[in-house]
Design a binder for this molecule. Structure first.
Ligand SMILES: [Zn+2]
Length: 435
């Protein structure tokens, strides 16, 4: 088997940085080498040492002076909303009803779903995102298109057919039985095929009847290892309406808990307005709050207390995500730029090491997939990204006076986007070059 030796400045995280000077939390190799074989990293470290380990005929690719990081991970977005992005709406519920639901209706057509899937994966690769967790539409055809394209590109992707049986147009509704049956069919056809992971995906409590929630509970019991994804506590009007629909629950989080959906593989989009009780319940269950900063600002939903939730006595696990099409950028760099600004407004600091931790290892940990992705450790998937902090004239000018790795990362996060992504490797293959 041919080996590939990739040379560049390697940066990867070992754990969450405690402070800006927590140099023990990451590994940085000024002249580093990554040895890849059969889609897997077989060695990582100083270039000289890795070169000595490599076969004499290994292909060599030199990415100096650029940074090489684990592939970026996006833990919440909507694959059928690529043509919803940038829609002018007052708030979440108006945005859903006016733009999002009508667009998602089109995914009943396999051809449309397949075409958008190709664009979707092109954007992931263009932005350095090697793993994402997506909602498909209610139609099984959308999940088929999503997973078929992931398989073709060899990417590790998580996704699910949305279950929703009320409060949406007829063309977007399943039934409790249909949602259950089709989710089972998607699991049977796609889970574990290539690098695909199927997630149980009730859209949110507003669009599922209690009968459908019973069916999601059954799926969660039958398939305890699968991810579960849904939305929680995004907007005050949504929270109020949800409370009316489930009058017996003590709060929004309690609805999901009652149906057995609150666990360590559960990803809850938004979680902006959680009460202390809800945050405790999330923490005790090991559930993940997924922060979607560009979406929260775009829809005016609120300021997610990322720092406050992570330093609680009972800390809440946190993921970060674009939430396309409520979100406004496919870039995880842009996403963390906005996350930084939200913390500023809350009087908190989010340092650049924390931001890059969140985009890589942090999100891998949020998905319980850090044995495979989010690191450059030997034995993990060879998914990595090459970043150039001087990618545009304005960035290059600023780089002239940038002296430290801290400043370089902060510049990448503040001014970077897809132009800063020089290459995206999936299972050891350079994907951007062939787009
Ligand atoms: Zn969402």
């Amino acid at each position: 088997m041919t080996q590939t030796l990739v040379r560049g400045r390697l940066l990867s995280f070992l754990r969450r940085p405690q402070a800006i000077d927590d140099t023990e939390s990451y590994r940085y190799e000024e002249d580093g080498g990554l040895l890849v074989e059969n889609g897997t990293i077989v060695a990582a470290g100083p270039y000289g040492a890795v070169r000595a380990e490599a076969a004499a005929d290994a292909d060599e690719i030199d990415h100096r002076p650029h940074l090489i990081l684990p592939g970026l991970i996006d833990t919440h977005l909507h694959f059928p909303q690529m043509q919803v992005i940038g829609s002018y709406a007052a708030n979440l519920l108006e945005w859903l009803n006016t733009y999002t639901f009508p667009e998602e209706c089109r995914f009943v057509e396999s051809e449309h779903a397949a075409r958008i899937a190709r664009h979707f994966y092109d954007e992931m690769i263009r932005h350095g995102t090697t793993t994402a967790v997506a909602y498909c539409s209610v139609h099984k055809a959308s999940a088929d298109a999503y997973f078929a394209e992931a398989l073709k590109r060899g990417m590790r992707m998580v996704g699910g057919k949305v279950m929703m049986d009320r409060n949406a147009p007829q063309g977007l509704l399943d039934t409790p039985q249909m949602g259950y049956d089709e989710t089972r069919a998607v699991i049977a056809e796609w889970h574990g095929k290539g690098r695909n992971h199927v997630a149980i995906t009730p859209r949110f409590a507003i669009t599922s009847t209690p009968a459908q929630m019973e069916m999601t509970a059954a799926l969660a019991r039958e398939f305890p290892d699968l991810h579960i994804q849904t939305h929680l506590s995004e907007n005050h009007e949504e929270i109020r309406f949800t409370g009316e629909l489930y009058p017996d629950a003590i709060d929004y989080t309690d609805i999901y808990a009652k149906y057995g959906l609150l666990g360590p593989k559960s990803l809850f989009g938004h979680c902006i307005h959680l009460s202390e009780r809800e945050a405790d319940a999330m923490s005790e269950a090991g559930a993940v709050a997924v922060h979607c900063p560009t979406s929260n600002l775009f829809l005016g939903s609120g300021l997610f207390p990322l720092k406050a939730l992570s330093r609680r006595e009972k800390p809440v696990r946190i993921g970060v995500a674009t939430d396309i099409g409520g979100g406004t950028s496919y870039s995880m760099l842009k996403t963390m730029d906005e996350a930084y600004k939200i913390q500023q407004l809350l009087g908190e600091r989010l340092n650049p090491f924390e931001s890059f931790y969140h985009m890589t290892l942090g999100n891998a940990e949020a998905l319980s997939l850090s044995d495979h992705i989010g690191t450059l450790e030997a034995g993990t998937d060879a998914d990595f990204v090459v970043l150039d902090a001087a990618a545009t004239p304005a960035m290059a000018l600023k780089m002239e006076v940038t002296r430290s790795l801290t400043d370089e990362l902060f510049l990448l996060q503040t001014m970077g986007d897809d132009r800063a992504v020089r290459e995206t490797y999936v299972a050891g293959k350079a994907m951007k070059a062939v787009l």
